[in-house]
Design a protein around this ligand. Structure first.
Ligand code: 3H9
Length: 690
């Protein structure tokens, strides 16, 4: 696991623990031994620590968290580095994250390849660095810059790391050779520079800036236990000696590892990665070539999807039926790119390159050359079937034909072509150029190589593709529909829009369902209910009154003078009372917890049905969809994980009660949920039997 070569007085230790050189027990033991050997070897004057692969070290092995630790621990290894009489230089060829950067910071110097990225992302896992990161980083770059980096968890590129002082230099060319030269210089100098001994960046000004940032971070996210802990750990480093402060950090880290928030975030990390594996789709499934794309429809969705291709370097043709719509669509795309360049998130050269990859055309016949065609036209079965039957005659043999429908039956769309094996759904979320989630809808006849190619494409587009089966609304919207229905019902039973929204934001969503409806436009749901059936008595009445939400200045709330946040409207509250009376419903008040249960348990129930039907392969796929497509608070792990933490018995009993109270049988626990509840089971342990 650790290769050791001694040459010219330098021992080069190379970590080799694919895929990401995570510091699991075996690698820690091997590294500790290799270091001890090199330090004891009289022919060795200095040591270089390098790693194989794209990633230097991806951090501690997250799968070991919460389990008994096998020695040596990472802090033990860092103690060995601290005590080393010989200089050790880290040669960082790829990402150095979490424990990986902590390891590098305990070395006596660091050089990085220009492509390397360095960061302490622990905050995203609900924890804080636990191997001296909260102490060494402030000593290298100042407590204010260090706190900022650890608070966002975002890694910085090697150049930035060099200018901040995290690494000594970003070097082009042979990294190990450069590390070797530098470490010998240190050995010759006789001094052993250690981050722990430095204090010149712990100035009163930097401390004051850190305190201001910490106060702001805690104010913004008062419930985030790890943000508080991070502030305490950094502060300890300013008030206590290094070893005492490291002990504070370690204690905070240990507590956080057991925190339900961290458990949920770690669960979500692995669920996201597992979603890439589709049961029954072997890794070596052949792929189709995918070099050019066409998008049908230059609306918001079509334009956003075209941008995803252009960003990934794939030329794309946007197809419309008339010139004016095409021009509008392309102008919007150019405007978005211009905005990104202006904000500095892309360079002007990148803007021009990306715009240059998007061309426009009138008429479907221009889709004939594309390796993949994505239809993003009107959400109407007639329109889609017409497009696909034409595409069948136009698209080249073997082209992948995808629909961006968010609800419709992909089997029925595929059936109008003579090549249903080439058809699937690619449900992008809005705005498509920003949102990571893509539901990849595998239709009955979708060929394995088409699915595998689409999943690869998702990654190339920097998206998070999750495979789902065909049903109305797939996974995300099908469950969302349950929440919307429950929300309407709550209004009639006595909760007010602002109470429901407050309960939902209190739960951790950024927005409540009614504020969200007002933002998206109440006309959208109203029209789709007209097309697909269903009634939402309150929302429909509002839409019938021309109250479409923010864009008309009134919806569930009032938005005077273009306000972005709504205020309560007595007229709406009177309307709700009237509709409730018409339905013969006696209104009562609800606590926030009751509101959350009423809204979320029916979603969990629908999730159980989705699993039973095989629409999603595993609970983790559902959770990944909800966290990444619908803003479900990641620290609650997604609806299915959350239901496990509530207890499925509690959820099932509540659903039986809701069904009885409302007379709506569809609220009764689904067979899978009922069975798991009876057995004392959890979704986490559920495996599809089919
Ligand atoms: C930490 O370090 C705590 C310390 O402060 C204190 C210690 C005392 N552990 O993402 P990918 C697996 S906390 C275990 O698809 P990429 C991953 O599950 C840690 N496994 O690759 C996947 O497995 P599979 C702080 C890990 O190239 C495979 O590796 N570090 C770990 O797209 C490939 O992963 C982080 O938070 C791990 N640490 O991205 C970094 N990392 O193939 C977490 C990955 O079976 N990792 N795996 O599904 C990442 O952000 C990305 O994996 C990375 C590579 C950028 C490294």
């Amino acid at each position: 696991m650790v290769r050791q070569e001694v040459d010219g007085g330098v021992a080069v230790l190379t970590l080799a623990n694919p895929p990401v050189n995570a510091l699991g027990a075996a690698l820690r033991a091997a590294l500790d031994e290799a270091l001890a050997t090199a330090i004891a070897d009289d022919s060795v004057r200095a040591i270089v620590l390098a790693a194989e692969g794209r990633v230097f070290v991806g951090g501690a092995d997250i799968t070991e968290f919460g389990k008994p630790q096998r020695p040596p621990s990472l802090p033990d290894i860092l103690d060995r580095l601290d005590a080393s009489p010989k200089p050790v230089m880290a040669a960082i060829g790829g990402a150095a994250l979490g424990g990986g950067l902590e390891l590098a910071m305990a070395c006596h110097g660091r050089v990085a390849a220009p492509s390397a990225k360095l960061g302490l992302p622990e905050i995203k896992l609900g924890i804080i660095p636990g191997a001296g990161g909260t102490q060494r980083l402030p000593r290298l770059i100042g407590p204010d810059a260090a706190f900022r980096m650890m608070l966002t968890g975002e890694p910085v590129p090697a150049e930035t790391a060099a200018s901040l002082g995290i690494v000594d230099a970003a070097v082009l060319g042979d990294l190990v050779a450069a590390a070797r030269t530098r470490v010998l210089e240190i050995a010759d100098s006789g001094a052993l520079p250690r981050a722990r001994d430095r204090s010149e960046k712990l100035t009163p000004e930097a401390r004051a800036r850190f305190e201001a940032q910490a106060a702001e971070a805690v104010r913004r996210d008062p419930d985030a236990t790890n943000v508080h802990a991070l502030a305490r750990a950094v502060r300890a480093g300013l008030e206590q000696d290094f070893d005492a402060a490291v002990a504070v950090e370690r204690a905070e880290f240990r507590t956080l590892v057991e925190d339900p928030r961290s458990k949920a975030l770690r669960y979500a990390f692995f669920a996201e990665r597992e979603a890439a594996r589709v049961p029954g789709l072997p890794k070596d499934t052949p792929r189709r070539t995918l070099a050019t794309a066409a998008v049908i429809g230059a609306g918001t969705m079509g334009g956003g999807i075209a941008m995803c291709f252009a960003n990934a370097g794939i030329p794309v043709t946007v197809i419309e039926t008339e010139a004016a719509a095409l021009e509008r669509g392309l102008d919007r795309v150019k405007g978005l790119y211009a905005g990104s360049a202006k904000r500095g998130s892309i360079t002007e050269a990148q803007r021009d390159e990306r715009v240059g990859r998007i061309s426009g055309a009138i008429g479907l016949e221009h889709a004939g050359e594309a390796d993949i065609v994505i239809e993003a036209a009107f959400e109407d079965m007639g329109v889609k079937r017409e497009i696909f039957s034409k595409l069948d005659t136009i698209a080249k043999p073997g082209a992948i034909l995808a629909t961006n429908t968010s609800y419709l039956d992909v089997n029925a769309i595929a059936a109008v072509t003579g090549r249903p094996q080439d058809v699937l759904g690619l449900h992008f979320f809005s705005p498509a150029n920003v949102m990571r989630l893509v539901e990849v809808v595998r239709a009955e006849k979708t060929a394995p190589d088409v699915l595998a190619t689409a999943l690869d494409l998702g990654k190339r587009l920097n998206k998070l593709p999750v495979t789902v089966g065909v049903c109305f609304g797939f996974v995300g919207n099908r469950m969302l529909e349950r929440r919307s229905r429950a929300g309407e019902r709550l209004l009639l039973e006595g909760a007010l829009p602002h109470e429901v929204d407050a309960a939902v934001t209190g739960f951790g969503f950024r927005m409540g369902p009614f504020a969200m409806g007002d933002l998206a436009g109440l006309d959208i749901g109203w029209r789709s209910r007209k097309d697909f059936g269903g009634r939402a008595p309150v929302a429909d009445s509002l839409a019938e009154m021309g109250r479409y939400g923010q864009k008309t200045g009134r919806g569930f709330y009032l938005y005077p003078d273009g306000a972005r946040t709504g205020t309560r409207d007595p007229e709406v509250e009177a309307l709700i009372a009237r509709v409730a009376a018409e339905h013969g419903i006696t209104r009562r008040s609800f606590t926030p917890d009751e509101i959350v249960a009423r809204l979320m348990y029916p979603m969990v129930n629908e999730g159980a049905r989705i699993l039973e039907e095989g629409i999603a392969a595993r609970p983790g796929d559902i959770d990944t969809i909800w966290i990444n497509g619908y803003n479900w608070p990641a620290w609650r792990g997604g609806p299915m994980h959350w239901a496990d933490t509530v207890g499925l018995k509690t959820v099932a009993e509540a659903l039986s009660r809701f069904a009885a109270e409302t007379g709506d049988d569809s609220q009764a626990p689904a067979p899978l949920l009922r069975r798991l509840a009876d057995e004392g089971g959890r979704f986490a342990a559920w495996k599809a039997t089919a």
